[in-house]
Design a protein around this ligand. Structure first.
Ligand SMILES: *Cc1c(COP(=O)(O)O)cnc(C)c1O
Length: 294
C-alpha cells in the first residue's frame, strides 16, 4: 500500500584498517530511503500507516522529544501520503530546526510536561476524545507493526554477510532484523549496539518481539555514557569516518555502531576475510541538535 520505490544499496567502504586486516565492511544505506522519512523510521511507520488507512483514520498522532527522528519522519510521511499529523513533544515549548521542519510539513505540535508525557494514552484521550479520525502511533513507532516493517531490511539483501550490526534504542528494529534472519538459517552473527546504558530492559523488549529464541550478541560497551551522551573519541571518529568514506553518521545512533565495528576490527574480533554489514538506520537530522560538539 505504501511501497514507494526505496533506494537502499549495500555499499562497500574503504578504510586503511580494512585493507590491513583483510576485512570487508558494507553499509546498508537506509539513510538514503528519503531525506526526512529516514532509515528505520520509515520501516517502522509503514505498517502503521497501512493500518490507519485500513481503519479509515486520516489524522496521525504520535509522541517524541524535541529532536525526534520519528516525529520528523511522521511529519514528512503524513504530508506525502495525505494524513494530518499532530505530535506531543516532551518538555517545555522550544523552537529548533527539527521542529521547524516538522511544522513546514504541516504538523501540529503540542508541548507537554515530562510528567504528563509519561501517560501517552491519557494525553491522546484527553485531547482527541471527540475526534473520530485520529490514529495513535506510539513513541518511535514501537510495537509489532513497526517490527514487521523492519523485517524487510534483511529480505532486501543481495548477498550473505558473516556479521550484521545495528543500533538499538527500543530494540524494535533489531527484533525485526532477527526475525527475518532466523528462517534464513544462515550462520550470520547478529550484533546489537545499545545506545542507552543498561541493556537488560532492552534484551527483554527484543526477546518479547521475537518469533523464536535466537542467540544474538549485545555490544554493551559503546553507549558512551548513555542516550545522546558523547565523548570526544566518538565525535572525532564520526569526523574521520565521514571524511574517509563520504558517509555521515550521527552521535546518537549510527556513529556509535560504526565506532563499535571499527574498534572490534582493531581488536581482531573478526577473522580475516570476514564480511560485515552495518545497517545505517538514518536519522541524520538529529545531528542538528549536537553540532556544538563538533
Ligand atoms: C530511532 C532510531 C534507532 C533506534 O531504533 P529502535 O527500533 O528503537 O531500536 C536507531 N537508529 C536511528 C538513526 C534512529 O533514529
Amino acid at each position: 500500500m505504501f511501497d514507494f520505490e526505496i533506494y537502499s544499496p549495500e555499499e562497500e567502504i574503504k578504510l586503511p584498517l580494512l585493507q590491513q586486516k583483510a576485512i570487508k565492511w558494507f553499509i546498508k544505506r537506509d539513510d538514503l530511503i528519503h531525506p526526512f522519512i529516514s532509515g528505520n523510521k520509515w520501516r517502522k511507520l509503514k505498517y502503521n500507516l497501512e493500518k490507519a488507512t485500513l481503519s479509515k483514520k486520516n489524522h496521525l498522532i504520535s509522541f517524541g522529544g524535541a529532536y525526534s527522528n520519528h516525529i520528523l519522519a511522521l511529519a514528512a510521511a503524513g504530508a506525502k501520503f495525505g494524513f494530518k499529523t499532530t505530535a506531543f513533544i516532551r518538555g517545555e515549548e522550544v523552537k529548533n530546526e527539527m521542529l521547524r521542519l516538522c511544522q513546514i510539513f504541516g504538523m501540529q505540535l503540542i508541548f507537554v510536561t515530562r510528567e504528563a508525557y509519561q501517560y501517552k494514552r491519557n494525553l491522546y484521550n484527553t485531547y482527541f476524545s471527540d475526534e473520530k479520525d485520529t490514529f495513535f502511533i506510539d513513541e518511535g513507532g514501537a510495537g509489532k507493526d513497526a517490527e514487521k516493517g523492519c523485517r524487510e531490511i534483511i529480505n532486501e539483501l543481495k548477498q550473505h554477510y558473516d556479521y550484521i550490526f545495528c543500533a538499538a534504542g527500543t530494540g524494535t528494529t533489531a527484533a525485526g532484523i532477527i526475525n527475518s534472519i532466523i528462517p534464513l538459517q544462515h550462520n550470520t552473527s547478529f550484533h546489537v549496539v545499545p545506545v542507552l546504558k543498561g541493556y537488560e530492559i532492552l534484551k527483554n523488549d527484543i526477546n518479547n518481539l521475537l518469533d523464536n529464541s535466537y542467540n544474538y550478541h549485545i555490544q554493551d560497551n559503546y553507549h558512551f555514557g548513555g542516550y545522546a551522551k558523547t565523548k570526544p573519541e566518538l565525535i572525532n571518529f564520526i569526523k574521520y569516518f565521514a571524511s574517509e568514506t563520504g558517509i555521515l553518521t550521527d552521535p546518537v545512533y549510527t556513529g556509535k555502531v560504526a565506532y563499535c565495528i571499527h574498534d572490534l576490527i582493531q581488536k581482531d574480533f573478526f577473522p580475516p576475510n570476514s564480511k560485515i554489514l552495518m545497517i545505517h538506520t538514518g536519522g541524520l537530522f538529529g545531528i542538528l541538535g549536537m553540532l556544538d560538539r563538533f
